[in-house]
Write a protein that binds this ligand. Structure first.
Ligand code: UTP
Length: 291
């Protein structure tokens, strides 16, 4: 069977972001900035670098800023041009990203439901899913590393990471089969198991490459853990009918969906920033002894 290229990516960005309140009361979580760029831009840049041509945002009420961010900021650009200021940062946020389309998720019924909302745009093609609150720092980007594995293996690929034994209840956990380097055959998937019930410590993180057959399964999936339609439950049903692998990528994941992860991501990326890194390190060294 020939392996069809992955050209489309779904960005589920309709979640409520309750763990980051009050910041997310009227600002979409994905518009929160890490150093000087919103989370969504990191994810779109990663997708583009992996060869994705169409970016599909699954948005909801109050998420308009996400679409605006990738538009031409006409007044801003005209004013800055008039004042002789560099437009580099603005241009970087609106050029070279391929096509951006959006579709609404009317109610936050879960990640599986959000992906299902993109079914008409996906049609009959394989596609990637990127959760922008998992910021993946690495070169080449995490999705590009997954696409490389996909081009060999086909089927479905999830990004995975060893998680701490006591944290299995925060992840979809994999029942592993054969292991070949950074690729593990997936024999089963279970959403948020308690540590005693977890089949391994290999947890699924926010990057996926899926075959379009997942949409029909999502269509028939009842709400699971937390009353939400879980992507994990639908993916589990694909196992055995199509190739299914987990790939551990060479990248650092920053989970920006809660307060600690968000602050640490800012610190880590600020320390790596060529413009301010040295001064951030100095300031941190100065602050720490005061604790
Ligand atoms: P999270 O589990 O982080 O949920 O969703 P959340 O609502 O964004 O945040 P909290 O838990 O209330 O703080 C993981 C990803 O799935 C998207 C989110 O936007 C995020 O990218 N999502 C989740 C949806 O698009 N729709 C949903 O119904 C749920």
């Amino acid at each position: 069977m020939s392996i069809r290229p992955v050209r489309k990516a779904v960005f589920p960005v309709a979640g409520l972001g309750t763990r980051l309140l009050p910041a997310t009361k009227s600002t979409p979580k994905e518009m929160l900035t890490i150093v000087d760029k919103p989370l969504i831009q990191y994810a779109v840049e990663e997708a583009r670098a992996a060869g994705i041509e169409q970016m599909i945002f699954v948005t909801g009420r109050g998420k308009g800023a996400l679409e605006d961010h990738f538009d031409v900021g006409f007044e801003l650009e005209a004013t800055m041009r008039g004042r002789g200021k560099s437009l580099h940062a603005l241009e970087a946020a609106r050029t070279g990203f391929g096509e951006i389309v959006s579709v609404r998720q009317q109610q936050a019924l879960g990640l599986g439901h959000a992906v299902w909302c993109a079914r008409h745009i996906i049609g009959n093609e394989p596609f990637a899913v990127l959760l922008p609150d998992d910021l993946m720092a690495g070169t080449p980007g995490a999705l590009k590393q997954m696409v490389e594995a996909y081009n060999d293996l086909g089927g479905n690929i999830v990004c995975a990471e060893e998680v701490a034994a006591e944290r299995t209840a925060s992840y979809g956990i994999i029942t592993p089969g054969e292991i070949d380097g950074n690729r593990t055959q997936v024999l089963g998937l279970i959403e948020k198991p308690a540590p005693a019930a977890a089949p391994s410590r290999l947890g699924v993180i926010g990057r996926y490459i899926l075959q379009p057959e997942i949409m029909a399964i999502l269509d028939a999936t009842e709400p699971g853990s937390g009353g939400e339609i879980q992507l994990t439950d639908a993916m589990a049903k694909l196992i055995g009918t199509q190739p299914f692998h987990a790939v551990t990528v060479d990248a650092v994941r920053h989970d920006c969906g809660d307060k600690l992860g968000f602050v640490l991501a800012n610190l880590a990326l600020a320390l790596d920033d060529p413009e301010i890194g040295t001064r951030v390190a100095e300031a941190a060294r100065h602050l720490l002894p005061l604790r």
